[in-house]
Design a protein around this ligand. Sequence first.
Ligand SMILES: NC(=O)c1ccc[n+]([C@@H]2O[C@H](COP(=O)([O-])OP(=O)(O)OC[C@H]3O[C@@H](n4cnc5c(N)ncnc54)[C@H](OP(=O)(O)O)[C@@H]3O)[C@@H](O)[C@H]2O)c1
Length: 315
Amino acid sequence: MKTQTMKAVLCTKYGAPEVLKLGTVNKPNPKLNEVCIKIYASAVTNSDIFIRSSRVPLKLLIPFRLAMGITKPRRPILGLVLAGEIVEIGMNVTKYNVGDKVYGLTGFGIGCYAEYKCMKTDDSTFGCLSKMPSNVTFEEATMLAYGGLLALQYLEKGDYKSKKQIAIYGASGTTGTLAVQLAKQAGAHVTAICSERNHELVKSLGADEVLDYTKQEKLPEGKQFDLVLDAVGKMKTSVLRRACEKALTSDGENVSIDDGDLKLVSSRLKEIKELTEAGLIKPYLDKIYSLDEIVEAHRYVQQGHKRGGVAIRIG
Ligand SMILES: NC(=O)c1ccc[n+]([C@@H]2O[C@H](COP(=O)([O-])OP(=O)(O)OC[C@H]3O[C@@H](n4cnc5c(N)ncnc54)[C@H](OP(=O)(O)O)[C@@H]3O)[C@@H](O)[C@H]2O)c1
């Protein structure tokens, strides 16, 4: 039988965006407990930038290289997020059928900058999968998968459904734009913190108040929060962020997206699907690139100022 090939982006060493090269590799075949997904869209996330550049804090360098590859990525096809259609199923797969449209993350399996990806359907550190929302495009689904999983996990860590005054710090990013909407639909008064150019965007997503971290250093007099969610990571900070943390009520919680590992849980993907189909949350995409524009896409995302998500259209 003739071996089938597919287009993929290969990362053969750690480094700048230019280490990513478009190439051709063998198309994978599903094992007994795997599905094969034809990928229509992936995303460029901060996790991809982190892996490609291997620019990690010194104390994490050894564990990172042991997990991902000592001198170069052990799995040369990067990409953590996918949305696509199941085209083949292994003999033991019962949850999915050929033709199902799915979205998810691939964890340590990465491999989404390609036309096909085989993965297990049960949750593990090698990914989580769910049927995708029926009312969004494949590109939009990638943004919901990554930002949605992060936003839900860390809002739940802060018990967001019981909170009345929630601040979302870094409200304009992939996670932030979804966190604003999730907090709002749960009934909270939402204060979104982002630079002025993104104020209209976050208001359109439901924020009740907006503050500019680049210009303001103080909160309005008497302002208090019972949950402050950092949706951009501890490296991105400001005087206003510290003011938010100081304005917590006595039983208020301060949660960062960097507190612990992202959990790859398909039940959260299902919840995001339901909320999206009910019209309670919606994805916001900044840019869509094609697979052969991957270097440009990585350059853009690593600047750290994307609004919502950045997707890669494949095929
Ligand atoms: N726990 C885990 O396992 C895990 C996994 C993956 C990611 N993460 C964390 O999640 C972060 C990425 O989240 P993301 O992809 O959703 O973010 P993102 O989309 O990259 O965030 C981009 C937004 O951040 C805003 N921003 C930049 N500097 C800021 C600052 N100093 N203060 C406030 N906002 C600022 C930018 O707005 P302006 O242009 O207006 O500044 C931009 O809209 C990663 O960096 C990492 O820290 C954690």
